[in-house]
Every structure is written in C-alpha cells, then in structure tokens.
Design a protein around this ligand. Structure first.
Ligand SMILES: Nc1ncnc2c1ncn2[C@@H]1O[C@H](COP(=O)(O)OP(=O)(O)O)[C@@H](O)[C@H]1O
Ligand SMILES: [Mg+2]
Length: 501
C-alpha cells in the first residue's frame, strides 16, 4: 500500500515523471502484447508443422506394414520390427506399433520401452483404436520431458488392424521458443531503456523552461528585480510561452521606465518655480520690499509662481488619481450638454479677459454619455483652456457637435490660434510635452500634462481624441464619445412628451 502511495506521489510530483511513467507503461504494454502474440503464433505454427511431419511418417509406415499387421504371425511381427527400426533410425523419431488390442508389437527410439505391454489406455492410442487420428502432447519418462505423439490407425475395409504411433520430444522446439522469448525480452528491455531516455530528454525540454519561468517569477515577486529574461531558442508552444513571459517583463520594464521618467519630470517641473520663489523672496529680503513699486511687482510674480506651483500640483494629483484608478465612478449617466455648458462657464472669464470670442453650439439635451461628470468636464476645460491660451486676442474658439452616427457623437473644439507644428503633433498627448518650451518657462503656458490627462479621461469613457492643426491658422480637437443606447434617447424624449400637456 505504501509503495503504491509512493509511486502515486512520485508520478504526480512532476510533469517529467508523468511523461516518463506514461511512456514506459504504454511501451511495455504494447510490446508485451506483441511478444505474447508472436510467441503464440510461432508455437502454433511449429507444432502444426511437426504434427504434419509425424502424420506423413505414420502414413508411409502404415502403407508398408498394413499387410503384416493383418497377418498377425511371428514372421510378420519381425518384418514390422524391421520396418519400424528402419524408419525410426532414419528420422530420429520414436515409433511404436500396436495391434488392435493395444499390445505393443514393435517399437524403436522410445523414451521408455513398453514391449509387449498393453498401452491402449494411452490417450492417443485409444483415439486411434477408435478409428480417429490421435494427437497428444504430454510429459514422458523419468525426466518428464514433453513429447508429441501422433497415433495413426491402420485400417482394413472392415476394422482397425493396429496403430502406428510416431513421437518426438518437444525439447528442441521448447528450447527454441525459450530463446525467442529471451530475444523478445531483450527487445522489450532495450525499447524501455530507449523510451525512458527519450522521454527524460523530452520531459526535460518541456519542464526546464517552465522551471526557469517559475523560478524567475519567484525572484521577481521577492525582489521586484526585472532585469533578467528567460532565454528562448525555440519556436514551439513552450517557446511561445517563454516569449510571452519575456514580453510581459518587457512591458513591466517600460512601465517602470515611464514611472521613473514621470517622477524625474515632475520633480524638475516643481523645482523651477520653487527656485524662482526663493530668488524673489531673497530679493525682497535684500531690500526690494522697501520700494513700493518693486515690492508690488515682486509680490505679483510671487503670486504667479505660487499659482503655477498649485496648478502643477493639481495636475500631478489628477494624473496620480487616474493612474491609481482610485474611487472614481465611471458609470454615471451624463447629459453631455450640461457637462460642456459647465466647462465653458469655467473658462468664460479667462476668454473675456483675453478678448477671445466663444462660439458654443451645445448638443441636444437628450444626448446621454456614460462616465464621470467631473472628469469629463475636466477634459473639456483642458481643451478649452488650451484653445484660449494658444489663441491671440480677437481670435475665436468654437465648440460644435456633429449628429450622432454609429452610436458616437463627435465634439469639435476649434480655435483660430497658433496651430501646432506637424513635428509636435505626435507628442502633444505625452506627459510633460510642450511644443513651445520658452512659453511655459515664462509662466504663460501650462504644465504639459493637460492633454495627457484629457486623453486618459476620454479613454476611460471609451472614446477617442484626435487633433487636426494648421500652424498659423488654428487647431481642431475632436472628441468622439459613445452615446448611451437609443433607448435612453427614446426615454428622455418620452419624458419630454409626457411633461407637455
Ligand atoms: N489649441 C492649441 N493650439 C496650439 N497648440 C496647442 C493647443 N493645445 C495644445 N497645444 C500644444 O500642445 C502642448 C501640450 O498641451 P498640454 O498637454 O495641454 O500642455 P500645456 O500645459 O502646455 O497646455 C502645448 O504645450 C501646446 O504646445
Ligand atoms: Mg494645457
């Protein structure tokens, strides 16, 4: 029982053992069946052949002695003995002739001489005396060696005259079968060894990379170190697994790099205004505070710097919040027109200050999108702020909404501002990217995070954002959002209708 349990746990301990065990079992089973079948067939064939030979011999002898058998005289018996001796010595068989009562008349080459005895009780003799060909294999003599006997009835037209029994020891045949068996066993053993070697090799090929992967995963889990990769030199499924694992590590490295870059950039961005604040404060302490005009100027620039610092921190917090995905509900039903209206109100003062004209075309009231109102409003504020910021006085900022198509609504925010150089276009959604570095340093620009945050928010609404710009004449951002199913639309229409009468 415990050895069975041991085998059981050995088998399921590793994939290699399962492969090895299964292959060995299947090979051994198949070869055993083949061996059994082959030996069985060889034995049956050889026995039949031998039997035929003995029968032919008996028939030949029968033709020679049938006359003498019917005579039943001493002379005739002598002649029978002579014929028996001749045949037996020629072929090395044992030959026995009995009369119709079953008494031995003549014999030659027997293992145990039975001259004169009545052997009618021997099974092959009794069969033959009854008129049918007797055929038996049985152990004979002191050594109990197996013999094969064929007993042939010699018949006159009226009766059985006697029986000729031809026998041969099966030692040769059995020896040959034993040799065959040994040969087959040798084949089985070498096949099992080959199978074992192949399956061990195969199992190792399969399990080695898997071990490698799990070892590396453990190390990564423990130390967080993602510098190592699993080596791949294969194209099969295991190779694919290793490749995907390495891809995953590659992705982790990218994320890690992005995070490090982000922290480096954020610190740098925070450092610049902080240093500037330090210098202004120093200047004030050094005496600038005495001069009312200077003091007022320095305080204004302090106010600007602090405001800049605050807006950067706001953006950083937004990014962190979006990255962490914390506590933001993304499944509210939002009336798109309300969201846009509120965003526009937030930048109206700024636009008026700059004398930029706002031209707003609101979407129909029944347009519902699913997401987060505050976040979506933030996205539109970012786009509108940019539009106002990058448009000179007397320019125009316009929002227009295209009719719903394929379940999507397109909101265009366009301006008549500076436009964006085509070399900058692919990067403006990257974090901290600003096309005009000097502008932001002077304090008029933003943090370079606005569009990155905007795109993230639009993505969370399952929407897309794209940009089209002509330097010198203006820019259009297009926000495409999925609108809630037609049912929502019907319902809100229905609600309007019922409120009418
Ligand atoms: N409406 C626009 N017109 C011209 N340039 C724009 C406009 N919107 C964005 N940009 C360019 O894209 C850059 C990235 O925008 P954003 O992420 O909002 O950062 P910023 O804080 O500089 O506004 C800006 O620095 C600016 O160069
Ligand atoms: Mg901006």
């Amino acid at each position: 029982m415990s050895s069975f349990q041991n085998t059981y746990s050995w088998f399921f301990k590793s994939l290699a053992n399962q492969l090895l065990g299964t292959y060995l079992l299947v090979t051994a089973f198949a070869l055993a069946i083949v061996t059994f079948w082959a030996l069985f067939t060889i034995k049956a064939e050889s026995t039949r052949e031998l039997h035929n030979k003995l029968e032919v011999e008996a028939v030949h002898l029968g033709l020679e002695i049938d006359n003498d058998l019917s005579l039943d005289s001493a002379k005739a018996t002598e002649r029978i003995q002579a014929a028996v001796d001749r045949h037996a010595s020629k072929l090395g068989y044992s030959i026995t002739v009995v009369n119709k009562q079953g008494h031995v008349l003549a014999e030659a080459g027997s293992e145990e001489p039975q001259e004169g005895q009545n052997i009618s009780s021997d099974p092959e003799i009794s069969d033959a005396l009854a008129g049918i060909l007797g055929q038996y294999r049985r152990p004979v003599g002191a050594k109990k060696a197996e013999w094969m006997y064929v007993a042939y009835p010699v018949r006159s037209p009226f009766e059985t005259l006697g029986v000729i029994r031809v026998g041969i020891p099966l030692t040769d045949l059995n020896q040959r079968l034993n040799q065959d068996l040994i040969f087959f066993l040798e084949i089985i053993v070498s096949a099992l060894i080959t199978t074992a070697l192949i399956s061990i090799w195969l199992a190792r090929r399969v399990t080695q990379p898997i071990r490698h992967i799990s070892q590396l995963s453990r190390e990564i889990a423990k130390s967080g170190d993602i510098t190592a990769l699993v080596p791949v030199q294969r194209t099969d499924e295991i190779g694919e697994l290793v490749a995907s694992f390495n891809q995953m590590i590659g992705r982790l490295r990218e994320e890690e790099k992005l995070k490090q870059d982000f922290i480096a950039n954020a610190s740098h961005e925070l450092k610049t205004p902080t240093m500037a604040i330090g210098s202004v404060v120093e200047a004030l302490q050094a005496g600038a505070a005495e001069d009312p005009e200077l003091r007022a100027r320095f305080l204004r620039s302090l106010e600007n710097l602090v405001e800049r610092q605050a807006s950067l921190l706001r953006d950083l917090l937004d990014v962190a919040q979006l990255d962490a995905g914390a506590k933001i509900q993304w499944s509210e039903d939002l009336r798109l027109s309300d969201t846009i209206k509120e965003a526009v109100e937030q930048i109206r003062v700024q636009a008026e200050k700059k004398k930029v004209q706002l031209n707003i075309d609101l979407p129909p009231d029944h347009l519902i999108v699913v997401g987060n109102g505050i976040q979506l409003q933030r996205a539109f504020i970012n786009l509108l702020t940019n539009a106002v910021n990058y448009t000179p006085s007397n320019g125009e900022v316009r929002i227009n909404v295209l009719p719903v198509e394929d379940g999507h609504v397109d909101v265009n925010i366009s301006d008549t501002g500076t436009g964006i150089e085509s070399k900058d276009l692919p990067h403006i959604f990257d974090r901290f990217y600003r096309a005009d570095k000097a502008r932001s340093r002077s304090g008029t620009g933003g943090t370079g995070l606005g569009l990155a945050i905007t795109r993230e928010i639009i993505n969370r609404h399952h929407g897309t954002i794209s940009v089209d710009s002509t330097p010198g004449s203006g820019t259009t951002f297009t926000v495409r959002l999925p609108v809630k199913s037609q049912i929502g639309q019907e319902q809100s229409k229905g609600a309007l209708n019922t409120s009418e009468p």
